[in-house]
Design a protein around this ligand. Structure first.
Ligand code: F6R
Length: 242
């Protein structure tokens, strides 16, 4: 069952998501958060930093696991997701460095890195709250259409539409990595609670398919309908076709 909250615009989406996350952070003693990158959560992270600066929350006892990282990009590469997370959130808050987790896209043995990442998540029992964006093709994390719903953290090939969509962050499309490590769909589904954010008309087709379409591996986000606690926070433009 999807609970859909309609908000006016990007700012309202960020605000609503921030409220929900702060609420969960306050109620959990050792919150384990699953985090996403991309354009969608930037406003949310900005608001979280403000709440931290106003001393409303602390991240001392929190732990984070990001959904994905590009293969081949080191932590200090401005296009790596580690760099993004550090710039947009981590360096501004009091989370201890050792409690931050992203897959290492430059690991010598990528398969081992994926298994280790998966084990690390299991060692916490579960992710309390997983944040998701939505790919225009329905991907969650970098689990592209056709990925088995049973997938675990693995090295994945990015499809052309994702490479095109993400090329806006790179100097040239040829610089966009073609592979990533992504948390698996099954791993995402084991989270206690999930919040999916969507804003803007570029997401309208995907949101309509998520809300009205069938559960199918052709559209990875559709599996969320089988989760017991998912909230979709989407703005008017993203909901325009639903
Ligand atoms: C990012 C991720 C992706 C994005 C999705 C939407 O960590 O896992 O699934 O959430 O591609 O990206 P934006 O927000 O840039 O539209």
């Amino acid at each position: 069952m999807l609970k859909v909250i309609q908000v006016k615009d990007y700012d309202d989406m960020s605000e609503k998501a921030c409220e929900m996350i702060i609420d969960r952070l306050k109620s959990l003693e050792n919150p384990v958060l699953g985090l996403a990158t991309g354009s969608t959560p930037e406003g949310l992270y900005q608001r979280i930093i403000e709440k931290y600066e106003q001393k409303e929350i602390s991240f001392q006892n929190a732990m984070t696991f990001n959904l994905d990282e590009y293969v081949g990009l080191a932590k200090d590469d401005p296009n790596s997701y580690y760099y993004y997370m550090n710039e947009k959130l981590f360096k501004h808050i009091d989370i201890p460095k050792e409690r931050i987790h992203l897959p290492n896209g430059t690991a010598a043995d990528l398969e081992k890195e994926c298994n280790d990442y998966e084990q690390l998540i299991h060692a916490q029992n579960h992710i309390d709250l997983q944040l998701l964006g939505l790919g225009v093709n329905g991907h969650i994390g970098f689990n592209e259409p056709g990925t088995p719903f049973s997938s675990r953290t693995s090295v994945v090939d990015l499809v052309e539409s994702t490479i095109n969509a993400n090329s806006r962050f790179f100097d040239s499309i040829d610089d966009v990595p073609t592979q990533a490590i992504s948390m698996g769909i099954k791993t995402i589904m084991e989270s206690q609670e999930i919040i999916l954010l969507a804003s803007g008309d570029s997401k309208a087709e995907a949101i309509a398919r998520l809300i009205n379409g069938e559960v199918s591996e052709d559209f990875p986000a559709s599996i969320l309908k089988n989760h017991k606690r998912v909230t979709v926070i989407a703005d008017e433009a993203a909901l325009a076709k639903a």
